[in-house]
Design a protein around this ligand. Sequence first.
Ligand SMILES: C[S@@+](CC[C@H](N)C(=O)[O-])C[C@H]1O[C@@H](n2cnc3c(N)ncnc32)[C@H](O)[C@@H]1O
Length: 291
Amino acid sequence: MINMSTAAANRQYFDAITDTYDSKPFFVKVNQVVTDDLRNRLDWIGIPFANTGSSSHAQSVRQLDYACGTGLMSRVFGPYVTETRGIDVSPNMVASYNARARAAGLSAFTINAVVGDLFDTQNPSPTGAEWDGFDLVTASFAFHHFEDVVHAAKSLKDRLRPGGVLMINDFLEGGDLKADEKGEPIEGTEGTWAAHHHHGHEHGKKEHGVHHHQAAQVDEPGWDRAKMAASVVVPSFTVEAVRKFFTEAGLVDVDVVMMDKRVYVEIAGQKLWRTILFARGRRPAEARSEL
Ligand SMILES: C[S@@+](CC[C@H](N)C(=O)[O-])C[C@H]1O[C@@H](n2cnc3c(N)ncnc32)[C@H](O)[C@@H]1O
């Protein structure tokens, strides 16, 4: 058996699916509901944004979109920030991200992504002032791909200016409903249904005894379930688990909220209605001594 790191599995898996990643109809819809929801919650995020017309209007707002993929979070916040930087472990995702930004007529100074992995303990990259001191760091549908969520949250917190905010979204554990062949939700099937790769270590959550084989299967050419599963560490998080790893990472002012409606997704070969959660936490305004 090949012993590949989770980051390497992500690189390989997401490199292979970049071209179709956000053109799938279900993903277009997910993008739209996430965009609408977050733009209605700018105040909740808790930093002064640009171009909002409010009194706390900021001149310069720098966003880091970590695990940016093709740039969902960069597009969500693009109108309200002045500079966007993306990092992803997948070169194809980065190429697609940059191609989209250039096609939209935006310069590399305004928005640019690079290949990197901030969680690599031997060689975290990228480094340098351009990649530091952000007002906002986002990581969308990404934490379920990370081996060590406390280390991830800490590494992202370290890229914030004091007082800056980390905002993530992911799926709520127990927030799935199975869908039938037509994609209609099946009432009474609440649970945790997304398949994932079992790892040896815990994420501060109890084992949930999941059966992966019952939801409707999506039969797609080019869709490699094993590669998908290898890229995922856990399928979802409880609100308490997110609150805990944000707090352990040294973030304050932590809040976790859920979207009130489920979204339809096709994931790991399954059709599901899933619940999205959003979490934010702030890097303490006062510089603290290293623990
Ligand atoms: C499900 S996609 C989400 C992409 C985008 N944020 C979005 O919401 O559409 C997860 C992304 O995380 C990236 N990724 C996984 N592990 C990573 C790591 N350790 N460092 C950087 N990116 C990573 C993958 O390459 C992939 O593009």
